[in-house]
Structure formats: C-alpha cells, structure tokens
Design a protein around this ligand. Sequence first.
Ligand SMILES: C[S@@+](CC[C@H](N)C(=O)[O-])C[C@H]1O[C@@H](n2cnc3c(N)ncnc32)[C@H](O)[C@@H]1O
Length: 209
Amino acid sequence: MPKLARMPEDHIYQAYGIYLLRSQHRLIRRLKKRYQPSVHGHKTWSASFLMMDYLKDRPIKKGSKVLEIGCGWGPASVYCASRFKAKVTGLDIDPEVFPFLDVLAELNDVSVKSKVSRFESLKGKQLGGFETIIGSDICFWDSLVDPLYKLINRAFKNGSKRVIITDPGRPTFYELADRCSKKFKVRLQEWYSVEPDRFEGEVADISLK
Ligand SMILES: C[S@@+](CC[C@H](N)C(=O)[O-])C[C@H]1O[C@@H](n2cnc3c(N)ncnc32)[C@H](O)[C@@H]1O
C-alpha cells in the first residue's frame, strides 16, 4: 500500500489494500462543485468491493490488460492496478466521473487510463485488446441488458478471455447472466465483501465454453 504524505486525515478509508475517499472528504467536496456525474457515477458503489473480494480469491494475471466498463470513480480499476499491476483502462459514458477516478488513482500511486464511451459504441477490436473486462453495478436498467450482452459477445469474438460482473442482485443483472449462459460459461455465485463493511451480492464470471 502506498504511503500517504499526511496521515491521519478525515474521510479517508481503506478497503482491500487501497485508499478511498468518502463524499465528505475535502477533495471530493471540491470536485463535486465542478463535476456532477449524472448516470449514477456519483460515489463508490458497494458492488466494487464485491469485485475486489472476488478478485482476491480468483485473481487476474499480473500485468494483464483490464478494461473496467461503467467505471464511475473506478475503485475496482485502482484495485486491479495496485494489486495486480494491471494495465487498466476505465470506461464510462459520463466524462464527469474521471476527475474522481484520477484523484483515487493518484491517492493510491497508480495510473488508470480513461475513456469516454458508451457500451454500445465500443468496437470488437477495441474490446478484444483486453484479456479481462470487469464491471460493478453496471446493469441497473432494462435498457442496459442488451448493449451489455452484445458488448460481451464482441469482446469474446475478438479475443477477451474473461468478463466479470458484480451486482447487488438486480433483476436486470440476472437477466444478463441468463442470456450469457446460453452462449458462454457463466459461473454465477452469491458473494460478500468484508471491507470496509459486509456487503452481499452476486458475481458472474463469464468465459468461453
Ligand atoms: C452504478 S454506477 C457504478 C460505478 C462503479 N462501477 C462503482 O462500482 O462504483 C454505474 C456507472 O455506469 C456508467 N454507465 C451507465 N450507462 C452506461 C453506458 N451505456 N455506457 C458506459 N457507461 C455507462 C455510469 O455513468 C456510472 O458511472
């Protein structure tokens, strides 16, 4: 874990070996005056802790290329860059999330590339360049099921090896997992994280059959 220049400081917390900032932290408060993510990317969602816990148990290869789709503030991206020295790109439809991701990355002494794009627009070739694609709490509307299913198809067709999605257990997530299971190997499991608090949900670990 990187050393912080000034500790202790209010509203910083740790989970799975990375530092995170609460909404009350002075940097976050300042960023929120200028940037207002509008598609739910306004905080660290608990499904990202499920991702960290799951990857601790079922890790990705050191140094591998990872794409986080719907990254928001990117806590899972930062975790992959820190723990696995992964080369991570965080992707989000909402450009306003990236200043928050940049601060988290800086705080943890890692770098995460950012890309503004929607799930629908990512080409197969772009996706296939990433061995692993992760996403936490990204399938929260009916209208997201189809674009995500198609994205997963394009990714596997072009060389990706693993797509991992964590979720609190929304019906739309189960629908996505169900559609994927007709074509791919889907390991769907209940999971819980224990840092910074206990949080329960689901993980779909998807690969080629
Ligand atoms: C509930 S937040 C989860 C953020 C982050 N993964 C986390 O766990 O903290 C969902 C994120 O998905 C992004 N998003 C929603 N629809 C999208 C789309 N069609 N393409 C790309 N990103 C999208 C939102 O901007 C938001 O940052």
